[in-house]
Design a protein around this ligand. Structure first.
Ligand code: HEC
Ligand code: HEC
Length: 213
């Protein structure tokens, strides 16, 4: 499929989701400053002091430089249990809609160095998959949606500098975690691509993007 064709599908899918979300009345007032600061401290105990991610018992994803629309969409997905993860479901379900929006905005301007540590042996293969896809396996070029530099846009996440084991976990376990329940959401756009990548292709492309600044 051509990049333009893909973009069209994506835009249609995102519009459909945005439409269904904007049907609910959203409270957009800023939460009290102290409340926001306290919450951020809490987020950073797991996601790293500058949002760079962390390797603990679970891999904690990088939030630094992430698209606010994506962060917001994922926090809602945890709250509505469309994305299943026991840790983040507990963290997110207490957040008010205005707090979700304020938190999502915060990480955009943080710019720490990538966490690093991924194996370097298959980075060239990963770059090729990222830029050209695997036409024979129905895998589109990642860059068509995630951008040439992996910075993402709107509900499409930044991948640049994302923590390697987290990326591998997401791409190999997509359907176990995302798109739960009956509502179709943006996770469906990524599902076939995750499904069509083999484990070694996942490792290659994850290693490549994890080093992008
Ligand atoms: C106890 C540790 C912990 C705390 C505290 C925590 N998180 Fe998380 N967070 C995680 C883990 C683990 C994941 C990865 C979940 C997965 O594998 O799907 C995650 C995932 C996320 C994601 C999805 C990232 C992506 O790239 O899809 C967002 C967004 C997020 N957290 C935001 C927050 C915010 C905002 C806060 C503060 C209110 C917060 N987290 C507090 C552990 C934590
Ligand atoms: C048609 C557009 C499109 C293409 C092509 C695409 N993605 Fe995605 N990707 C998305 C969207 C949209 C999401 C957000 C899914 C959600 O809302 O759960 C996403 C999410 C992801 C995530 C989760 C990131 C996180 O922080 O949790 C990873 C990893 C990912 N994509 C990797 C890739 C790779 C690798 C490729 C190429 C092999 C690729 N994507 C190609 C649209 C695309």
């Amino acid at each position: 499929m051509s990049a333009t064709g893909l973009r069209l599908i994506l835009q249609t899918a995102i519009l459909a989701v945005a439409f269904s979300v904007s049907g609910h009345a959203q409270e957009r007032l800023a939460p009290a400053r102290g409340g926001l600061e306290a919450k951020l401290e809490y987020c950073k105990t797991c996601h790293g002091l500058s949002g760079q991610g962390y390797l603990g018992y679970f891999a904690m994803p990088r939030l630094a430089g992430q698209q606010p629309e994506y962060i917001e969409a994922q926090l809602r997905a945890f709250i509505e249990r469309r994305r299943s993860n026991p840790v983040m479901q507990n963290v997110a379900h207490v957040l008010s809609p205005s707090m979700v929006t304020a938190l999502a905005m915060h990480f955009k301007n943080l710019n720490p160095k990538p966490f690093g540590g991924a194996p370097r042996g298959s980075i060239a293969t990963g770059k090729k998959i990222y830029e050209e896809g695997l036409p024979e396996a129905n895998v589109p070029a990642c860059s068509a949606c995630h951008g040439n530099e992996g910075k993402g846009q709107n509900e499409i996440p930044r991948l640049a500098g994302q923590v390697y084991p987290y990326l591998v976990g997401q791409l190999t376990g997509w359907k176990q975690q995302r798109g739960q329940g009956t509502a179709v959401d943006t996770s469906a756009i990524m599902a076939p691509t995750a499904h069509n990548l083999t484990r070694s292709q996942v490792e290659a492309v994850a290693a490549y993007v994890s080093y992008l600044q």
